[in-house]
Design a protein around this ligand. Structure first.
Ligand SMILES: C[S@@+](CC[C@H](N)C(=O)[O-])C[C@H]1O[C@@H](n2cnc3c(N)ncnc32)[C@H](O)[C@@H]1O
Length: 212
């Protein structure tokens, strides 16, 4: 797959990105607080594993999952304190209601809009009843076609989504309460607005609405 070709270049560019993204770090901490210390979480489409490692470092039992074996090899090498495995977020090996949280940072960016509901259905299945989902995406309506992603031979389409589209798909599969945030890009990023959605599988009162 394309990310097997681009994995080393992707890791070089993004593995330290959280150092320069205070908004993202604050949201990841909020996610961790909502989930609760030492509870099991999945980081879907984890790439080189930096967000998985961040979640491990703030006290969660985090497993990074990615379709690309090369990404998983890099993540396992760079962050031995976390668990990583090859997997497909459309068909996870985890049992139903088995994880307390799911992080999905930019892993929906290669989906078409009609793939949102199937992907969110699988996330909803593996989350426990009080489970928390945090996902991110590029905000807009365009699709960007990259012929030489990160100056490799990888070819990828990046689909932008409007927050309302994401919220509607999440509610369709049964997520109950959805908190949407949009921020401007940091100087170091591709110049697109960034969307973040925190959503709950029903029966949770864990979210503190006055946090960032
Ligand atoms: C844009 S990267 C995001 C990586 C990382 N989450 C980050 O924030 O830097 C998208 C990742 O999703 C992975 N991915 C794409 N489709 C997937 C699928 N069906 N199941 C699991 N991972 C997938 C890719 O291999 C890639 O590592």
């Amino acid at each position: 797959m394309a990310y097997d070709i681009a994995s080393e270049a992707y890791a070089r560019k993004f593995v330290n990105e959280l150092d320069h993204k205070p908004f993202d770090r604050a949201l990841l901490k909020r996610f961790a607080d909502c989930v609760g210390a030492e509870r099991p979480v999945l980081d879907l489409g984890c790439g080189p594993g930096h967000t998985t490692a961040y979640l491990t470092d703030v006290g969660l039992t985090a497993t990074g999952v990615d379709l690309s074996p090369n990404m998983i090899a890099i993540a396992s090498r760079m962050f031995p304190q976390s668990r990583f495995e090859v997997g497909d977020f459309f068909a996870l090996r985890q049992e139903s209601s088995s994880v307390a949280g799911i992080l999905a940072f930019y892993c929906i960016v290669h989906l078409t809009s009609d793939q949102l509901v199937p992907a969110f259905t699988e996330m909803h299945r593996v989350l426990s009843d009080d489970g928390v989902l945090l996902l991110s995406f590029h905000v807009g309506t365009e699709v960007i076609h990259a012929e030489n992603f990160l100056e490799t031979s990888a070819v990828l389409d990046f689909t932008f989504f409007e927050p309302q589209q994401i919220e509607a798909a999440l509610r369709t599969v049964g997520f109950d309460w959805v908190d949407v945030r949009v921020r401007a890009p940091y100087d170091t990023e591709h110049p697109s607005r960034r969307g973040y959605v925190l959503a709950l599988k029903p029966q949770s009162a864990a979210i503190q609405k006055d946090q960032p």
